[in-house]
Design a protein around this ligand. Structure first.
Ligand code: IVH
Length: 683
């Protein structure tokens, strides 16, 4: 008996401890033990529970993996109505709201306001009796929701027992409201995984959260990255805070996840400015927020103000400008890329979206059009997040009137009329005609790009003009242009002509590595080009290389080797090289490149900010060429942070935290050239 009691106590202790570490890890994001230690505790608990099933309890952390599937969800009546919010779309709406409520309050009332992000997820209602989670429900119609306790238990950030840490007193009964959501990064990862295993993907994190919580199999829920933010006490027996600000602090102290981005204002004007300041910053939040929620801080005043319809007068949602809009799909156009990939885009009835007029949106690829059954004439939903180009989410089939036309997959290139071919196992569709004018325009544009031959004044528009006028049949033709060819073109007065021809001539002297990457050989960007140039001092030498030889070079994989050999095997490409040679473009290093001393071997570098003379790619290639490694993020394994102009905050901070030496480009070069020690930059 004594032994049994000891086991029971140990189990309790382990549960408490594990939940505490869950909280440190998932909620505070600052674990105090290692994963291995955590695993040990967890395993011990699991073994004890297996040996003593009589002690198994639904609020044990081991149950977070999800129990048996359910037949359906039970209905739950909420202890108080689960209200929603009125919206404000601009500052006038906010001022009008203040006017409205002040009129209802005794003259001279001074209000404070709490502001929180409006998390775009799904409301959940959590019941705690004597500090234990006993029920979790959806909002439903605000009066009655569904019992999704089994699903909610799997959320690692949801406290199963209160308080999670310390020994605060907990009311005998308390109902907490929160929002379940999926962080953006986790959402993207999850969608990728779903797509890979051929499952249906979700349109956005909100749908994913909602779809997941409605799952009848809690094990599926446990496998999804759902999280939680809590922000209100809906009902309680016993004393609870009387202001919104204190409620958030109180929930936080009990171990509930509470958003960090919360603020309180005594001054309305300041509060409005704060709200506006979030519009351009919304993408810095790791979760989707469609606005901010402003709440009169004093909950007794909230109460006094009452409810209109389903919305409390004392709170309002300040909505961010929409990033989704519906419009009509007028047509589907096609883009031809430098490598001949043809991609569709949507031609839209112009629509305002997040402060811009949108006329075009991506459709990803031709399969996407078919999978989503997008038809010309459809009303469609478009979306724009951050600076990303807007894309078509899908059609709204319910409003079709029958005049919509299914899209027919094109068989020919919109530019040259050549046949379109689909590469096996790829979604991409190609135009295989190397003389295709659209491809040529993009090749010329690429050739002239800043990281390739760097020809100022030669962008896509000029390239299109020159190709359209029949002046260019390949990039080498650039070097045979005469002033009289250009002078007759629109936009080419004397000065512009002279400048362009000078820039073209200057590009002949670009180093071999740039020429090699400008050729646009598949898989050969500047990093690979850098490696190749170390081994082959001329394009002529590279042309002789066999696949095996190339593959033996560290950093060159089999597909890259194959692409290189194929490129040089093509007679048209050989003819191009010959023409470039005649034009005087440098096709070899001036002198044979001496073997590079591996001065940076065994060292790992991270680069942040813009370096004075090297592009990022060049710096990476430079470090690798000297035997060093480059990594994307700072960790304990990083030896040096190379710091340029406007360094990225997180890398910089992390390096500071870890005491990692910071060097500038000059110092990097000194190290690479074996000129001894380094100086760390003053921090
Ligand atoms: S307060 C009476 N605070 O937004 C209180 N709601 O349209 C009403 N939401 O259904 C809710 N984040 O699901 C509140 N920090 C937050 C919120 C929030 C997201 C959701 C909530 C509600 C909807 C309002």
């Amino acid at each position: 008996m004594r032994e049994k009691e000891a086991i029971r106590r140990r189990i309790e202790e382990l549960r408490k401890e594990i939940e505490f570490h869950n909280y440190r890890y998932y909620v505070l994001d600052s674990p105090v033990i290692s994963d291995a230690e955590y695993d040990r505790l967890y395993r011990e608990l699991l073994e004890l529970e297996e040996a003593h099933p009589e002690f198994i309890s639904p609020d044990s952390p081991t149950r977070r993996v999800g129990g048996e599937p359910l037949e359906g969800f039970e209905r739950v009546t909420h202890p108080a109505p689960i209200l929603s919010l009125d919206n404000a779309f601009n500052t006038e709406d906010l001022y009008a709201w203040r006017e409205r409520i002040l009129r209802l309050l005794p003259p001279g009332t001074r209000l404070s306001y709490t502001v929180e992000p409006k998390i775009d997820g799904l409301t959940v209602v959590l019941h705690y009796r004597d500090g234990r989670l006993v029920l979790g429900a959806t909002r439903g119609n605000g009066e009655v929701g569904e019992d999704i306790t089994a699903n909610l238990r799997t959320l690692r950030t949801l406290p199963l027992r209160l308080p999670v840490a310390g020994d605060m007193e907990v009311p005998p009964f308390m109902v907490v409201r929160g929002e379940a959501y999926i962080p953006i990064a986790d959402f993207e990862k999850m969608n990728r995984k779903l797509a890979e295993s051929g499952e249906k993907t979700f349109a956005n994190p909100r749908n994913a959260a909602a779809g997941t919580l409605r799952q009848l199999d809690p094990r599926v829920v446990a496998s999804r990255p759902l999280r939680l933010w809590c922000y209100a006490i809906v009902a309680a027996e016993g004393p609870v805070p009387t202001s919104q600000w204190e409620t958030l602090e109180y929930l936080h102290a009990l171990g509930f996840p509470v958003v960090k981005e919360r603020a309180r204002f005594d001054d309305f004007e300041e509060m409005v400015q704060y709200c506006l300041s979030w519009i351009p910053r919304r993408d810095t939040l790791p979760f989707e927020a469609d606005g901010l929620v402003i709440k009169v801080d004093d909950l007794r005043i909230q109460e006094q103000l009452g409810v209109v319809g389903r919305a409390p007068r004392g709170s309002i949602a300040f909505k961010f400008p929409a990033r989704e809009a519906t419009t009509r799909l007028l047509d589907i156009g096609m883009n031809v890329g430098r490598t001949g990939v043809v991609t569709p885009y949507a031609v839209l009835e112009p629509v305002e979206l997040a402060g811009a007029t949108i006329r075009k949106a991506t459709l990803h690829n031709f399969d996407y059009i078919r999978e989503k059954d997008i038809r010309i004439g459809d009303r469609i939903l478009i979306k724009r997040s951050g600076d990303v180009i807007p894309y078509v989410v899908g059609p709204i089939p319910d409003v079709r009137d029958g005049s919509e036309r299914p899209y027919e997959m094109p068989r020919t290139c919109p530019s040259c009329g050549g046949p379109l071919v689909r590469a096996e196992e790829e979604v991409a569709v190609y135009c295989l005609n190397p003389a295709c004018p659209a491809q040529l325009v993009r090749r010329v544009e690429y050739w002239a790009g800043r990281n390739q031959m760097d020809i100022a004044g030669l962008g896509r528009q000029q390239a299109a003009l020159l190709v359209g006028e029949g002046l260019l049949h390949d990039v080498a033709d650039l070097y045979f242009l005469r002033p009289e060819d250009l002078l007759r073109l629109e936009g080419f007065a004397e000065k512009a002509t002279e400048n362009l021809l000078r820039a073209i001539a200057a590009s002949k002297k670009r180093p071999l590595v740039r020429v090699l990457s400008a050729l646009g050989i598949r898989r050969v960007g500047s990093t690979v080009a850098e490696i190749l140039v170390q081994h082959y001092p001329s394009l002529e030498a590279l042309a002789q290389a066999t696949r095996e030889e190339l593959e033996a070079i560290p950093g060159i994989g089999p597909f890259t080797a194959q692409a290189i050999v194929e490129w040089f095997a093509d007679e048209r490409n050989r003819a191009l090289l010959e023409k470039l040679r005649r034009a005087g473009v440098r096709l070899a290093e001036e002198e044979a490149v001496p073997a590079v001393a591996q001065t940076l071997a065994g060292r790992t570098f991270v680069i942040t900010g813009t370096l004075p003379t090297m592009t990022r790619e060049e710096a990476v290639a430079y470090i690798r060429a000297h035997g060093g490694q480059v990594s994307e993020s700072v960790s304990r394994k990083t030896d040096f942070l190379v710091v340029g102009e406007a360094p990225g905050g997180s890398k910089y901070r992390r390096a500071q935290e870890l005491n990692i030496p910071m060097i500038d480009e000059a110092e990097l070069r000194r190290m690479a050239e074996g000129r001894g020690g380094f100086e760390t930059r003053p921090v």
